[in-house]
Ligand binder design. Structure first.
Ligand code: COA
Length: 277
């Protein structure tokens, strides 16, 4: 299979639907898939017709994690140089996705194992099928959850849940994942795409500059003191003001105070009016 086919995507109505596309290998992340995913993120990130990115999986899996044969065994056979290269390729696109210019949604349709928690965490929001299955299988084949995965579960979950998943390798389904807050919500598989599209459409209505600064802020402030965070948020809003050439915040105030056409407490201002001017 050509590397280009390992990740597929389509762009429709402002949403880029990106898929792990190795269903016959349960979307395990091979070096080729990792390289291709980085290219796809590169292709999509600054496209004007892309405002939200959804990451799904073809077939029965979202991703069965790192490819045990191609990512671990075959790169180890190449020595440290090969190992470090494949680590850079995978961690590289996880990082790129974490700080992606547009908001991102993980749409978890099925299996999500080990290394799959990297992109799961990298996505800003996560919606899964009730039928999805999540597990840290590393302990089952004799390693610790590396590639940032231990950090991911400690950041996302209470310590007992993080420890349970890490030490037992037991599976949880989508409903349990939502209860644990590993994902935002879980819906029956038949409704997964529709629900994800509805959430993406909600984001399409928001000021895109504000979205990027807000999502980065949520990730950044967690390691700051209160005073550092307060200062960071002031500076970042000032930077956002510079980047938002539509002066969206002023328009948002105008449509509420002067035009009385919407209420910020109940929904977003009309972005279309700004573009039309
Ligand atoms: N690495 C490499 N190959 C993988 C893989 C992985 N992480 N996950 C699945 N595959 C391959 C299988 O080897 C098999 O290949 P083959 O058809 O050439 O024999 C193919 O994908 C289908 O997998 P199979 O196990 O038959 O599918 P299943 O639907 O019965 O089970 C899983 C699905 C995900 C439960 C099972 O494949 C599995 O446990 N995978 C490993 C999960 C894991 O530990 N990931 C690593 C985390 S770091």
């Amino acid at each position: 299979m050509s590397e280009i086919d390992l990740v597929t995507y389509k762009v429709e109505e402002g949403i880029a639907w990106v898929y792990f596309s190795r269903p016959e290998k349960r979307n395990a992340m091979s070096p080729g898939l990792n390289r291709r995913m980085m290219e796809v993120l590169d292709e999509l990130e600054y496209r004007d017709d892309v405002s939200v990115l959804v990451l799904g999986g073809q077939g029965s899996a979202w991703s069965a994690g790192m490819d045990l044969k191609e990512y671990f065994r075959e790169t180890e056979a190449q020595g440290l140089r090969g190992v470090r290269k494949s680590q850079r390729e995978s961690y590289g696109w996880f990082r790129r996705l974490r700080w992606f210019q547009k908001p991102t949604i993980a749409m978890v349709n099925g299996w999500c194992f080990g290394g799959g928690f990297g992109p799961l965490f990298a996505c800003d929001l996560a919606i899964c099928a009730d039928e999805a299955q999540f597990g840290l299988s590393e302990i089952n084949w004799g390693i610790l959850p590396g590639g940032g995965v231990t950090k991911v579960v400690v950041d996302l979950l209470p310590m007992r849940d993080a420890m349970w998943l890490t030490l037992t390798g037991e599976l949880i389904d989508g409903v349990q994942a939502a209860d644990m807050r590993l994902v935002n919500e879980s819906v029956p598989a038949a409704q997964l795409e529709e629900r994800t599209r509805a959430v993406a459409r909600l984001l399409l209505k928001k000021n895109p500059v504000a979205l990027k600064f807000a999502k980065d802020a949520v990730r950044r402030v967690s390691t700051m003191t209160y005073d550092e965070a307060e200062d960071y948020l002031v500076r970042m809003q000032e930077a956002a003001n510079f980047h938002d050439k539509t002066e969206g915040r002023k328009e948002g105030i105008r449509q509420f105070i002067d035009e009385k056409s919407y209420k910020p407490g109940l929904g977003s201002y009309d972005l279309g009016k700004v573009k039309a001017d």
